[in-house]
Design a protein around this ligand. Structure first.
Ligand SMILES: [Zn+2]
Length: 470
């Protein structure tokens, strides 16, 4: 029999194994400072293994003010991922953090496809996300299917308000519709953001897959984990590691596969990527000066008082309470105070909640915070207090006296309005009787609003807590 030249070539090449290399990252969480080292790694890798595929298992954003808190939220990370040459990404729960419009803009700006099989748009313009995507390398067909986690409420772990335009299915149910993909490719990869435990369940119900590149639980999987014949990987988080998966493919099927976890922390920075990251950090929006700190602030509590003052002023309450764990800088030198500094002090973007409390409830709320926050006595605005605290961290603090700003004692049965953050409303127990009302304001934005245009601020000696450790 005479074979046409091309099919002869195909017949010949199929007798030899082809190799496919895939690099897996997950939960980068906008750690842009690590990207110059990643670029160095990728440069060498692409030289040694041309055609290598670079994949992200989601949560690319959320973790840096330079990415999350700019007017086009998330976009700087997409631009850096374009520069790094990502081939594909799935959606993590945090991809939804800034809402449908921002997500759509990010997906449209990416030079690579996003895949996710268990989300669809319910209203508004369609999100351009396919369930799966095909690549071809050396005649090998590689199919990548995306999946995102859903929680008890049937939604990914993001603020429900940001998810209103979408509908989700359980990833373990949705994946069953895609068994046909096995016949259409040589290598079938599930790019998931479900967490390591759920990836194991996924491998049990979908043995058709060759590998699962997972994320969400920030699990460090050394050398890959085999479950039901499926190779499962995850590379911790924040670009500390990358996983290299190698597949040997013969006659349309994977005959061997392996995974290596490679640390990136010691690599030198790539100069070009370093310049790109610096450009992101020097964006005019973040560098805008709000006010001037007139004297060095040397105590964390003083910075906490400044944050609490901003919260109280913007929320218009009698008092405000900020947990010490929410104060992310120990000190601040005299000089300019910028928008970026607000996000360095409070990167969490927790919502502000206004709660009606009795004096008794206010004192109880404050007393209970150190046991849930583990960072010490809470910072306040509009009041001051004396307290004793047992040295053991788990023991609650005991306030012995408390007054309003003007010196009048806080009355147990009087009612006050308190501004605090949604984090404390979820960790303190028991809570005041009033469940509170969340307002569209977070800690950093309250500082931007409150401090913008002030000629100067002096918090150098501010302290409102007198604490004795027993
Ligand atoms: Zn996640």
């Amino acid at each position: 029999m005479k074979l046409p030249f091309l099919s002869l070539l195909a017949a010949l090449s199929s007798a030899f194994a082809a190799q496919v290399t895939v690099l897996g990252l997950n939960d980068m969480h906008a750690n842009i400072d690590a990207l110059p080292r990643l670029a160095t790694f990728l440069r060498a890798e692409r030289e040694a293994r041309p055609g290598v595929l670079l994949m992200s298992a989601g949560d690319n954003r959320t973790g840096s003010p330079y990415v999350d808190n700019v007017p086009e939220s998330g976009m700087p990370m997409i631009e850096l991922m374009n520069k790094l040459g990502f081939d594909i990404s799935t959606l993590g729960n945090h991809e939804f953090d800034a809402g449908a419009d921002q997500l759509r803009d990010c997906v449209n700006a990416a030079n690579f496809p996003f895949v996710c099989a268990n989300v669809r748009t319910a209203s508004g313009p369609e999100l351009k996300i396919a369930p799966y995507h095909f690549f071809e390398r050396d005649g090998v067909r590689i199919c990548v299917l995306g999946l995102v986690q859903t929680g008890h409420n049937g939604l990914p772990d993001a603020h429900p308000d940001q998810l209103k335009n979408f509908r989700f299915r359980s990833p373990l149910a949705a994946v069953r519709d895609y068994t046909f993909l096995r016949e259409q490719c040589d290598v079938l990869i599930l790019l998931t953001h479900m967490g390591f435990e759920d990836d194991i369940l996924l491998a049990k119900c979908f043995p058709q897959a060759d590998a699962i590149i997972g994320g969400h639980t920030h699990t460090r999987v050394e050398g890959g984990h085999i479950e039901n014949g499926v190779l499962i990987t995850q590379a911790e988080n924040k670009v500390k590691y990358i996983t290299r998966l190698t597949f040997e493919v013969e006659e349309g099927r994977v005959v061997s596969k392996q995974a290596e976890l490679i640390p990136l922390g010691e690599l030198p920075a790539d100069e070009e990527m370093l310049a790109a990251v610096d450009a992101v950090k020097n964006m005019p929006y973040m560098q805008r000066q709000l006010t001037t700190v007139s004297k060095d602030i040397t105590r964390r509590e003083s910075l906490g008082c400044m944050m609490a003052d901003a919260l109280r002023a913007c929320a218009g309450t009698d008092v405000a309470v900020v947990n010490m764990g929410n104060v992310r800088l120990e000190e601040f030198p005299a000089g300019p105070f910028t928008v970026a500094d607000c996000y360095r002090l409070d990167p969490f973007c927790n919502q502000t909640v206004i709660v009606k409390v009795t004096g008794r409830e206010l004192i109880s709320f404050l007393n209970l915070i150190p046991a849930g926050d583990h960072h010490g006595a809470p910072c306040v605005s509009g009041m001051r207090y004396h307290a004793v605290k047992p040295a053991a961290e788990s023991q609650p603090m005991r306030i012995t006296s408390a007054t309003l700003e003007d010196g009048t004692p806080i009355q147990p049965d009087a009612t006050y309005t308190m501004a605090t953050n949604s984090y404390l409303m979820s960790v303190v127990s028991p809570l005041p009787a009033d469940p509170g009302r969340a307002i569209d304001l977070d800690g950093a934005r309250s500082m931007i609003q409150h401090l913008d245009g002030k000629p100067g601020i002096d918090y150098s000696n501010v302290s409102r807590v007198d604490l004795t450790i027993e």
